[in-house]
Design a protein around this ligand. Sequence first.
Ligand code: ADP
Ligand code: GLC
Length: 482
Amino acid sequence: MSKVLYISSEAFPLIKTGGLADVAGSLPVALLKESQDVRLLLPAYSQVLDKISSSKLVAEYTYYNLPVQILETKLPGSNVIVWLVDCPVLFNRPGGPYADSNGQAWPDNALRFAVFCHAAVDISLNKLGLNWQPDVSHCNDWQTGLVPALLSLQPERPVTIFTIHNLAYQGVFDRQTFNDLHLPVELWHMHGVEFYDYFSFIKGGLAYADKITTVSPSYAREILQPEFGYGLDGLLQNRVHHLSGILNGIDEKHWNPGTDIHLAQKYNRRSLSKKPLNKIALQKQLSLPVDANIPMIGMISRLVQQKGLDIILPSLPSLLTMPVQLVILGTGEAHYEQQLIEWANRHTERFKVIIGYDETLSHMIEAASDIYLMPSTFEPCGLNQMYSLRYGTLPIATNVGGLADTVVNASKENIEDGTANGFILKNQTAPALLAAVQHALSLYQQPQLWRQLQTNAMSEDFSWVSSADHYISLYQQALADR
Ligand code: ADP
Ligand code: GLC
């Protein structure tokens, strides 16, 4: 049994902008089930404080002259203890965890997450009077990058794990910010947090953590190449013996079509004939023509370049002449939102775009759709293709990262050997996407075959059990290496 401090800037259901929240809201629960003593550390954003029913004050401290309190609560629906870093000046404001409601990054993000990291470091060293010292401090993404860096300077410290959920977001600030935060000068060099004269939070994790993981085996290989490495491939190559990929699991409590409270009709592998009732319900709700036989293509996504919008938009003129209904739920960059809305306004019978963040609708779309669109340019893991597989909604995906590790193309061979569960694009272009859609539609016309592909998809095991075991082995290895 290890004591694990799991440090994350978001966790479902308390606060979520993307897949990191899903992971931080479910991996600690899985670790606890495997008898690990886990505590989850999160910033006390106003949204988080609104969601919890009660909390107690367990520690107080001051960073940069700002009073900080540590509040203890539980992750809703679980027994995982959550410690919240409460510093109202930094975290209690309207808007998102990283940006205001217009999508502008908070100007004091470096300070916000430096305070969060200092609190994580002091808890890791049992300095805040919590009477608990972790064996492992498990950090996630740039917001936690200073933790391995600062802990590396301490003799009596836990081992550090740094998980990369997305290398494209690095937390880069100017040199002055580093000075203003009074961080130890020993960290400022090219093998430390300095990045071409700038100050990089993520390098603190990549350079100093005892072990680095990322969220799929394929992405762990891809980030060693310049194309996916965003300038950090050299550093990662140097640390390749400490780098591994562990595929995310999915939270079966929330993502199971047999028990999903958001669905008009629950179903499972053996009652797949009930799935189309979800399509009819969504068609009615979105004022689309009601027809259970028309193939529905769904997508739920941050609307950013990563998610393949530059492939999808040029496909729309052809895609919207096909006999399909397309439903996209998302928020993101304004120019993508606008272009999608314009297309939807011109094709109201075929295409619905819902701009916004809507948990219930996201479940309804997964259940209603026949096909899921995920032509990402890169994808560290990707959860939506796994949710889709679980819901018998066959993904159309690019051959990258976690998509490559979970989606098996419906080629003749893979169909014959019973492994096919979706469609892989030949390359990252609009014609390749259209070809994959055509292929999917032709198989959709063969109900028996389609049913077989759905059954293959729904039979995959994406539960957290095996991934949690991989993390536990890694913790043990890191502790043994010390
Ligand atoms: P990423 O973390 O890169 O955004 P993932 O596929 O790992 O991609 O996870 C995205 C998560 O966020 C999924 O749970 C997905 O359903 C959810 N999500 C994304 N956009 C929305 C939205 N507009 N409304 C509801 N849920 C969303
Ligand atoms: C990131 C990645 C996504 C991954 C998620 C959770 O947001 O973009 O691919 O699934 O983190 O690990």
